[in-house]
Write a protein that binds this ligand. Sequence first.
Ligand code: HAM
Length: 418
Amino acid sequence: MTPIIQTIRGFRDIYDKPYALMERVIQTATVVVKRYGFSGIELPLLEHTPVFKRSLGDTSDIVHKEMYSFLDRNNESLTLRPEGTAGLVRAFIANQMMQDLPKRFFYTGPMFRYDRPQKGRHRQFYQFGIECLGVDHPYADYECIKAAVDIFDELEITGYTIHLNTLGDQDSRARFNQAFQKFLQGHKNDLSNDSQMRLITNPLRILDSKDAGDQRIIATGPRLKDYLSDVSKLFFDQVCTYLTNAQVPFQLDDNLVRGLDYYGHTSFEFKHSDLGAQSAFGGGGRYNGLVQLMGGSDISGIGFGLGIDRLMLLLEPQPFIEKAPVIVIPFEDAQVGYALYIAYLLRLENIICEVSFKGKLAKDLKYAQKRNACHAVLIGPDEMAQESVTVKHMDGSCANQSVTAKQLVSVISSPKLP
Ligand code: HAM
């Protein structure tokens, strides 16, 4: 027997209910962010490796150990995108969009990270993201978070928390880093192995450590918020005020630094305890230095990435109502052509409709039942001769009806596609 080829570990096929959930998340998110003036952008899945190395930071976990990078046939190092922001900023610069600010984009699609798969964590996963370039004012930070909240509201997701922090401007961070590093040097031997490494490469990330011992040490050390410049403080206060005025509840989280190097000022994460270990179903923040770092001018940015796979887990317990189709059933081969015509008429009216011809009425009706059909449209030789059909109401609410092809649509009160 020929062996069956399985999917790659951490990759999966998405169909049936999960596909419908994914579609719902993307459609809802798209409608919501369009209200905020965002328009769609489709970006390559593959980029030159430096697009990510330069932006996310060499010492970030993603670049350090999670990227799918390989040499192509031309010996160039390419990487499957692990996230969307870096590629978008690359596109922004390459297409000279800085002439026409602000720019607001949304994107969706697969991202790739080589991490250990578990519930809510895949090697190919899906994000819906927005990025707003060229607005320095904190109202953009507010709008970004509010747009995410609007998406969750429309998806009827409740029980989550918004974790909010500021990383301040570069000077504030540099001053804190110096004090923090000095403090940690005194506790070096008690830190976890990961944090000992980060002490050299990226001390700020130690704030994010999940290790209980690290957390105890951090709790007694300097706080980033005490090192913020007045400008950084004011900026963050404004973000908080806008959110409070709009009655968007949030939790201040001093240790939220996020895993990507490009962030400064506002950073945030959406978390839900139902998701277990992978509780963050979205996150984002401000990245004012990134466009310049990637070779463009000094243009600010703010955005978020939502984990579609995790949003799907939050939606899963909600009742799933698939739109009921109409099943058109010709009795014999001779009526198949006429059945196709009837199906055409129904679809013209946006009615979901399938033709089923198994050669035995009982089998076709069984299939209609399995598909939860609202109606079966039966077509035998008599119906075809009279240009009519017999409508069977699958819920048994009324007796079969004989109607002309033209009357059919008015008889069928089937849910229509939007
Ligand atoms: P991120 O926090 O790395 O941010 O990813 C955003 C979301 O993607 C996470 O909160 C999580 O829900 C989801 N996610 C990440 N890795 C996985 C995985 N392996 N499996 C399933 N879901 C995952 C970013 O990517 C930034 N680009 C967001 C951003 C946009 N910041 C500014 N603009």
